[in-house]
Design a protein around this ligand. Structure first.
Ligand code: NAD
Length: 510
C-alpha cells in the first residue's frame, strides 16, 4: 500500500500537536480526520485552528478561500471508529507508553491495514511496536512545536519498521511542505539529543561563576548568530520541560556524563522559577519585557589608540580579523609562529590567543608571562559586533581595556568573562559537534540530516557539521582534548567519528 496525497489520514489526539499537524496536512490539500475523546477537546482544536488561519488571512499569507478549504479538509471526530478507513494514523496523545500502546492495539482492531505513526518525543519506536500484530507498520513521525511553523519532521524507524513505509512517509511529509530527515529510534532522536550541550555548557559556565546569564546569552547571540541565548531559550521552553528532557536523556544513556543535568537548573525547577510561563526564571518577565537582559559584563576601552600589532602564525578562523585591523589603520606585522608554535596577536606587551580549550592562566604558566588573554570564536568576525575575552588570573587589570580598545578600533565591543577553558562559544560548538558526530557514529542519522535538523527545528544559523568545517577538525580535537585534560571528565571525551574524519577527508559532507 502506498500512502500519497489522496490517502486518508487520521490523527488521534487534538492537543497542541495533533491540531497543528492536522492544520499542516489540511493546508497541503489533503483530508484528515482529527479524533479526540476528551470533553470539548475537538471543539477547542477546531476553534484554535480557525483562529490561526484567520491570523494568516489578516496578514495576507493565505486567502480566505484557502482558509475555508483547509478547515473543510479537517474532519472532526469523537468516535475512534471513524478512523477505520484511514491509511495512516498519526498518534499525538499523552506521552505514556502504555496508553499509546493501548490505542495502537485498538486501531489495529478497527482498521484493516494501517500505518501508525507516533509523534512521541521520547519513547522508543521499537518499544511501541512490541506486542502489536504488525510491528512493521509502526513508525515515528516527530513534528516540532508549533507544528504549522516548524519545518522539521523526524521520520523515525524502530527495529521492526518496514523500510518502504519509512521512505513512503518521508516523501509524504515533503508533500506537506515539511523538511523530513531519517532517524533511527534512539533516545532524544536527533534534535533533543544534539541540542543538549547548547544548554549544558551554558549552565556549566554559569555554575562555575564565570559569567552572568545575560553575558552568556549575549555572547552566544552575537558571536554565534543564534536567535536566542541558552538561558532565554530555557525560560521560553520552561525550565521544568527542559530539565525533564535532559534528565530523561541522561537516564536513557545510562547516566553518560555527556548528558548530566545541571543542579542549578534543578534548583530553579524546585523553586517554581520555570521561565516565561511563571514570569520568573533566569530572567524576570514584566509586561512582556525580559528584565536582566542588559546585565552584560562589557569592557570599557582604554582610549589609548593602538597603532600597530604583531600577529604570530595563523589565527585560523580569526585570520579574517587581520584585514579589518588594516582597514582601521592599524599596522599589522605578520610573523611566523614562534618556536613553541604558539599563534597569537601581540601589542602593548599583551599576548592575545584564540581560545583553544586551555585557560589563559595555563598559557601564562607555560610561557611564564602574566599579560595573557584569549578571545572566543565567532561565526563571522566581520559582521558580529562583539568579541568575548578572558584574561589570565595573573594578568594586570588594565590589559582588558587595551584589548577592548583594539577591538573598538574595528567597531566591536568587548565582553569579558572570568578565565575559563574554551570560553563560551568554543566549548558550546565543540560539544555540539561532538554530540552530532556521536549520533552519526551510532548510525542514528547521517551528517547532512544533523545540520538540516538543527537548522529547521531549533533555528541554528548553521548546523554543527558546517561549524566543524569552519573551525577545522584538528582545532576541535585540540580543544576537546584540552577540555578533557582540564576537567578530567568523561563528558568531554572525543567521539571516534571526529578522530576518523580528521585522519581521512577532514571535512563533513561538502
Ligand atoms: N508539546 C510539544 O512541544 C511536543 C513537541 C513534539 C512532540 N510532542 C509529543 O506529542 C504528543 C502530544 O503532545 P501535546 O503537547 O500535543 O499534548 P496535549 O496534552 O496538548 O494533547 C494531548 C491530546 O490527546 C488527547 N488524548 C489523550 N489520551 C487520549 C486517548 N486515549 N484517546 C484520544 N485522545 C486522547 C487529549 O484529550 C489531548 O487533547 C506527546 O507524545 C508529546 O510528547 C509534544
Amino acid at each position: 500500500m502506498k500512502i500519497d496525497s489522496n490517502s486518508l489520514i487520521g490523527i488521534v489526539g487534538a492537543g497542541i500537536m495533533g491540531r497543528g499537524i492536522a492544520q499542516v496536512i489540511a493546508r497541503s490539500g489533503q483530508k484528515v480526520i482529527l479524533y479526540d475523546n476528551f470533553d470539548g477537546a475537538i471543539q477547542n482544536a477546531m476553534n484554535s485552528n480557525e483562529e490561526d488561519l484567520n491570523t494568516l488571512v489578516s496578514k495576507g499569507k493565505i486567502s480566505k478561500e484557502q482558509k475555508d478549504t483547509t478547515l473543510l479538509n479537517i474532519i472532526p471526530s469523537i468516535n475512534i471508529k471513524d478512523l477505520s478507513s484511514c491509511d495512516l494514523i498519526i498518534e499525538a496523545i499523552i506521552e505514556n507508553k502504555d496508553i499509546k500502546q493501548k490505542i495502537f492495539k485498538e486501531l489495529e482492531e478497527i482498521c484493516e491495514d494501517v500505518i501508525i505513526a507516533s509523534n512521541t518525543s521520547s519513547i522508543s519506536i521499537s518499544a511501541l511496536a512490541n506486542g502489536l500484530k504488525k510491528p512493521q507498520n509502526i513508525i515515528g513521525i516527530h513534528f516540532f512545536n508549533p507544528a504549522p511553523i516548524m519545518k522539521l519532521v523526524e521520520v523515525i524507524s524502530g527495529l521492526q519498521s518496514d523500510k518502504n513505509i519509512i521512505k513512503n512517509i518521508y516523501d509524504l511529509v515533503s508533500l506537506w511542505g515539511k523538511k523530513p530527515v531519517y532517524v533511527k529510534s534512539s533516545p532524544g532522536f536527533i534534535v533533543n539529543r544534539i541540542a543538549r550541550p547548547f544548554y549544558a555548557e551554558a549552565l556549566r559556565v554559569y555554575e562555575e561563576g564565570l559569567a552572568s546569564f545575560a553575558t552568556i546569552d549575549e555572547s552566544i547571540r552575537s558571536s554565534g548568530a543564534f536567535k536566542m541565548g541558552p538561558f532565554e531559550l530555557m525560560d521560553l521552553i520552561g525550565n521544568d520541560t527542559n530539565y525533564a528532557v535532559t534528565l530523561s536523556t541522561f537516564n536513557s544513556y545510562y547516566q553518560d556524563p555527556r548528558f548530566k543535568p545541571s543542579l542549578i537548573q534543578e534548583e530553579f525547577v524546585q523553586a517554581g522559577l520555570l521561565g516565561k510561563k511563571t514570569n520568573k526564571g533566569f530572567y524576570t518577565y514584566l509586561n512582556n519585557k525580559q528584565i536582566g537582559r542588559n546585565d552584560i559584563t562589557k569592557v570599557e576601552a582604554s582610549k589609548q589608540n593602538i597603532s600597530e600589532i604583531y600577529v604570530y602564525g595563523s589565527l585560523g578562523l580569526a585570520n579574517c580579523l587581520i584585514p579589518l585591523f588594516k582597514q582601521a589603520g592599524i599596522k599589522v606585522h605578520e610573523k611566523k609562529a614562534n618556536a613553541y608554535n604558539y599563534t597569537y596577536i601581540e601589542f602593548n606587551k599583551i599576548k592575545l590567543f584564540l581560545a583553544n580549550g586551555k585557560m589563559a592562566s595555563q598559557i601564562s604558566k607555560e610561557l611564564k608571562e602574566k599579560n595573557i588573554a584569549q578571545f572566543d570564536i565567532n561565526i563571522d568576525y566581520t559582521s558580529s559586533n562583539t568579541i568575548t575575552i578572558a584574561t589570565s588570573l595573573l594578568a594586570q587589570k588594565h590589559i582588558a581595556s587595551h584589548i577592548a580598545q583594539l577591538f573598538l578600533q574595528i567597531n566591536k565591543q568587548t565582553i569579558i568573562i572570568k578565565d575559563s577553558p574554551a570560553l563560551i562559544m568554543l566549548r558550546t560548538i565543540c560539544m555540539l559537534v561532538n554530540e552530532a558526530s556521536c549520533a552519526v557514529t551510532n548510525n542514528v542519522c547521517d551528517e547532512i540530516s544533523v545540520d538540516i535538523a538543527m537548522q529547521n527545528a531549533v533555528n541554528y544559523p548553521i548546523g554543527p557539521f558546517k561549524w566543524a568545517n569552519k573551525l577545522g577538525l584538528d582545532f576541535i580535537l585540540q580543544t576537546l582534548n584540552n577540555l578533557e585534560d582540564f576537567y578530567k571528565d568523561g563528558r568531554y571525551r572525543i567521539d571516534r567519528g571526529i578522530i576518523e574524519k580528521s585522519m581521512t577527508q577532514g571535512l563533513y559532507y561538502e
